[in-house]
Design a protein around this ligand. Structure first.
Ligand code: UDP
Ligand code: MG
Length: 339
C-alpha cells in the first residue's frame, strides 16, 4: 500500500513540466471572436503578426503564432476577409452558423485551436498586445491561466465605471469568484483548455468557469485603449444578459435571498395583523386604504420578482437539459501555406 505514490509522482511530473516550460518555448495561438468586424480585421492581422514575429525573435515561442479567427455569424465582409487571410498560412478561420454570442464564439475558437498556449483577445485591439510577453513569462514560470486585468478604467464612461464597480460587488456578495476588471483577455495552457472542454454548459460565463478550474493563476495589468474602428458589439441588453449569466450560472444565493425576504415580509405582515387587532380592541377607527393597498402592492411586486428569479434558474435548467451544442460550426478554413 503506498498512498503517497500518485501524489508525489504527479508532483514530479508537474516540476518536470515547469522545467520544460522555461527550457522549451511553446507554440502559440491567438483566439479572436469577430462579429461584424470588417473594419478592424486587416489591422488586427498586421498587429498580431508583428507581435508574433517579435515573440519568435525573443525566443518566447517556438514557431510563428497561429491566429484562430472565429466569425460569429457576421453579416458584413468579416468571413471573406478571414477566409482570404487563411491563405497566408497563419490564420485558421472558424465560421459559426449564426450569431451565437461572444462567449460561445470564444469557446469555439479555444476548442478549434491546437497549439500549446492560447491567448484570447478582442478583435477591436482594445486589449493591448504589449501585455502578451508578460503573459508568456508568467506561463514559463508555471501559471496555467494568466488573466489580463485593466490597470484603470479611465477610458470608460462614468456609467460603465460605476456599473462595473457595483457589478463586481454584487458578484462578491453572491459568492461568485471572478477576477475584477478582467474581460476575456487571457492566456490558457493546453492543460486548462482540455479541462474546459469537459464543461458542457450551455449557459456560458467563461471568466467564472476558468477561474474555478483551480489551476495556477496569474494576473498581468494592461491599459485598455479605445476601439480601433467600428462600433461596440455589446449593447446594453447583451451586457445585462452576460451580467445575469454571471450571477445565475454560479450562485443560487438569489433564490435563498428570496426565501429570506419572503420570511421577513411574512413577519412584518404578522406584526401588522397584531397591531390592527390591538387597535380594533381599543375601539380605534378602521384604518384607511393605505394599510391595505400598500402591503398588497408590496407583496405583489415581491412575488413577481421572486417568480422572475425562479424563472431565470428554471430557464437555465431547461436549456441545459436539452444538451444542445454550445455552438455550431458551419465552415473551417485551415491555414494554407502560400505557394
Ligand atoms: N463579439 C462576438 N459576438 C457578439 C458580440 C461581440 O463575437 O455577439 C466579439 C466582438 O467582435 C469583439 C468582442 O466580442 O471581438 C468584444 O466585443 P466588443 O468589442 O464590441 O465589446 P466591448 O469592448 O464594447 O464591450
Ligand atoms: Mg471592445
Amino acid at each position: 500500500m503506498c498512498f503517497w505514490a500518485p501524489n508525489s509522482l504527479s508532483l514530479v511530473a508537474e516540476r518536470t513540466q515547469m522545467q520544460d516550460r522555461s527550457e522549451h518555448a511553446p507554440t502559440l495561438a491567438f483566439v479572436v471572436p469577430c462579429y461584424n468586424e470588417e473594419a478592424v480585421i486587416e489591422e488586427l492581422l498586421k498587429r498580431l503578426q508583428a507581435v508574433s514575429e517579435d515573440l519568435l525573435k525573443s525566443g518566447a515561442i517556438r514557431q510563428p503564432a497561429t491566429l484562430v479567427l472565429v466569425d460569429d455569424g457576421s453579416i458584413d465582409r468579416t468571413w471573406k476577409l478571414i477566409h482570404a487571410a487563411s491563405k497566408s498560412g497563419l490564420v485558421r478561420g472558424v465560421r459559426l452558423s449564426r450569431n451565437h454570442g461572444h462567449q460561445a464564439a470564444l469557446l469555439a475558437g479555444l476548442m478549434a485551436a491546437k497549439e500549446e498556449v492560447l491567448i484570447s483577445l478582442d478583435a477591436d485591439l482594445q486589449d493591448d498586445p504589449s501585455a502578451i510577453p508578460k503573459m508568456l513569462q508568467a506561463y514559463a514560470l508555471g501559471a496555467d491561466i494568466v488573466f489580463g486585468v485593466r490597470a484603470s478604467r479611465k477610458s470608460d464612461t462614468f456609467f460603465k465605471r460605476r456599473s462595473a464597480r457595483l457589478y463586481y460587488k454584487l458578484l462578491e456578495n453572491m459568492g461568485v469568484d471572478v477576477v475584477p476588471d478582467h474581460a476575456d483577455y487571457r492566456l490558457m495552457s493546453r492543460k486548462s483548455v482540455e479541462t474546459l472542454r469537459e464543461y458542457g454548459e450551455v449557459n456560458l460565463f467563461l471568466r467564472g468557469i476558468i477561474k474555478n478550474l483551480g489551476y495556477q493563476v496569474e494576473t498581468v495589468e494592461y491599459d485598455r485603449v479605445e476601439r480601433f474602428a467600428g462600433d461596440s458589439k455589446y449593447p446594453l441588453t447583451k451586457m445585462l444578459r452576460l451580467a445575469i449569466e454571471g450571477v445565475t450560472s454560479f450562485s443560487t444565493r438569489p433564490l435563498r435571498y428570496v426565501t429570506w425576504i419572503g420570511l421577513i415580509v411574512a413577519l412584518i405582515s404578522f406584526l401588522l395583523g397584531c397591531y390592527s387587532i390591538v387597535i380594533w380592541w381599543q375601539g380605534g377607527t378602521v384604518p384607511g386604504w393605505t394599510s391595505i393597498v400598500v402591503p398588497t402592492f408590496m407583496l405583489g411586486s415581491f412575488q413577481l420578482i421572486a417568480l422572475g428569479i425562479v424563472g431565470e434558474y428554471l430557464g437555465k435548467i431547461y436549456l441545459e437539459t436539452k444538451r444542445r451544442p454550445q455552438f455550431i460550426i458551419d465552415e473551417i478554413a485551415e491555414p494554407e501555406p502560400p505557394n
